[in-house]
Design a protein around this ligand. Structure first.
Ligand SMILES: [Zn+2]
Length: 260
């Protein structure tokens, strides 16, 4: 048994096996917490697929939206992914769409996913016509990087007991779940704004009310994947940290009289 001392207390170090058990449990918990995300993604794909029957109406309004929004004058283009399946296989298959701020291109299968195109134009509006929207977009990749880093902070073994003096790293480890959540928040917010602006555009372009309703449903499902990433991602990181703490922090020996 390895013994260590902090602030006059006696601690017993955890064995490597116990630490490994903690790591396995933390990984399992994290996987379980994140599992609804895959379901949310599938649910979005299904809802978007259902709207393919109305694609012609969405597509006409989408092309009109590009002009009436002023985005075309700002150099935004819609690239029909189905004609470039060698470059955009996922988008050509109608499983995704995106707006690239550097090239100002919306890449989307216009024969399958036009319903999602309004959301992508919403991203273009955020990028080119809104300071706060652009700021939130700039936070996206740093946010993902920070959240990814927190996944590592969540699985370190802790060699110091809870009562020991804290280092800056300890503060990060103690709050890694919250930090991961906050880091992903700007993206979730920007995604919601892009959808709201996209729906406004669709209304202006004359999309029927019942199709607007359907579009809202599709975009809400897409948004849930982002909101879920922030909330469940933060929870998964927090849970991993909690489990790792339990299994790796040195254990306080309450009754140390046997030592003397
Ligand atoms: Zn988006």
């Amino acid at each position: 048994m390895t013994i260590s001392y902090y602030n006059g207390n006696v601690y017993q170090k955890r064995s490597e096996l116990t630490q490994m058990e903690g790591f396995i449990l933390a990984s399992l918990a994290s996987g379980a917490i994140l599992s609804p995300l895959a379901l949310a993604g599938k649910s979005f794909e299904k809802a978007a697929l259902k709207e393919q029957v109305n694609n012609t109406q969405y597509k006409d309004a989408l092309l009109k939206s590009l002009e009436i929004s002023g985005l075309k004058d700002k150099g935004v283009e819609i690239i029909p992914a189905q004609h470039f399946s060698h470059i955009y296989p996922i988008e050509a298959a109608g499983k995704n769409a995106f707006y690239n701020g550097t090239t100002k291109k919306v890449v989307i299968n216009t024969e399958k996913m036009a319903v999602a195109g309004f959301h992508e134009l919403g991203h273009a509006i955020n990028h080119l016509m809104s300071k706060s929207g652009k700021f939130l977009q700039k936070m996206r990749w740093p946010g993902y990087a920070i959240a990814g880093l927190m996944e590592y902070f969540a699985i370190f073994s802790r060699t110091k007991p809870k009562e020991a003096q804290k280092s800056p790293t300890d503060y990060i480890e103690d709050n890694c779940g919250k930090i991961a959540f906050i880091a992903m928040l700007p993206t979730a917010i920007e995604e919601a704004i892009a959808s709201r602006k996209g729906i406004q555009l669709a209304k202006k372009a004359g999309v029927d009310d019942h199709l607007i309703k359907n579009m809202k449903k599709v975009l809400k499902k897409a948004w849930l994947t982002y909101a879920g990433k922030a909330v469940l991602g933060g929870l998964a990181v927090g849970a991993s940290r909690m489990i790792m703490d339990k299994f790796t922090r040195p254990k306080k020996i309450e009754d140390d009289s046997w030592l003397f």
